[in-house]
Design a protein around this ligand. Structure first.
Ligand SMILES: [Fe+2]
Ligand SMILES: [Fe+2]
Length: 195
């Protein structure tokens, strides 16, 4: 694969890792317990380290610093304003980032494969913890269930918008919807746009 294509992939994935880091970190002041704050802060740090792994390869390939290319745009993604919204936002964006990353395994570029392996190592844990936080909150009362549904509608669209545009977009978007279906169903919510 051309270095040009690898660079585009790294810009796109680096952007998602940085946005995930921001969303987990934005949840720290909103989280109700010290344990939850630790969990979010740990995840934010891991997402930053994913960004750095990607950024190191980007620098080798292009000679440029990835943060200079995508940092400003990553700061424009909205921030959650409640603990419930933080749980929804971080969960959905984290899932979109992981699903898109797994897609890059199909590319078959050894430089990308090394990065993908390192980054995916944390993702199982992120998924399990974020799912638990989301399900616990969303099911707490009928009012939180209703609110969670509204947050999901908004953040599902934002997360979906972070996937790469191209011939495979519909299939990747479907994988994303599938990957969040069980957790959302447990909250009584159907993934928006799913069949
Ligand atoms: Fe990540
Ligand atoms: Fe993650």
């Amino acid at each position: 694969m051309s270095s040009e294509r690898v660079a585009r992939i790294l810009e796109s994935q680096g952007f998602r890792e940085l946005v995930s880091a921001h969303l987990f970190a934005a949840g720290v002041p909103l989280a109700p317990t010290i344990d939850d704050k630790h969990m979010l802060a740990d995840h934010a740090r891991e997402e930053l380290s994913h960004f750095e792994v990607i950024s190191r390869l980007y620098e080798q390939v292009t000679g440029k610093a990835l943060y200079d290319v995508i940092g400003a745009r990553a700061s424009e993604v909205p921030s959650p304003r409640s603990w419930l919204e933080a749980a929804v936002a971080a969960y959905l964006v984290d899932r979109a980032a992981a699903v898109q990353l797994r897609e890059y395994q199909r590319v078959g570029d050894p430089r990308l494969d090394r990065v993908i392996d390192v980054v995916l190592e944390h993702e199982h844990e992120h998924m399990a913890a974020a799912e638990t936080a989301l399900i616990d909150q969303a099911r707490a009362t009928p009012a939180t269930a209703k609110l969670a549904e509204e947050h999901v509608a908004r953040w599902f669209a934002i997360a979906r918008g972070l996937l790469d545009e191209g011939p495979d977009t519909a299939r990747v978007a479907q994988s994303f919807a599938t990957s969040v279906r069980v957790a959302l169903s447990a909250c009584g919510i159907a993934p928006p746009g799913s069949v």
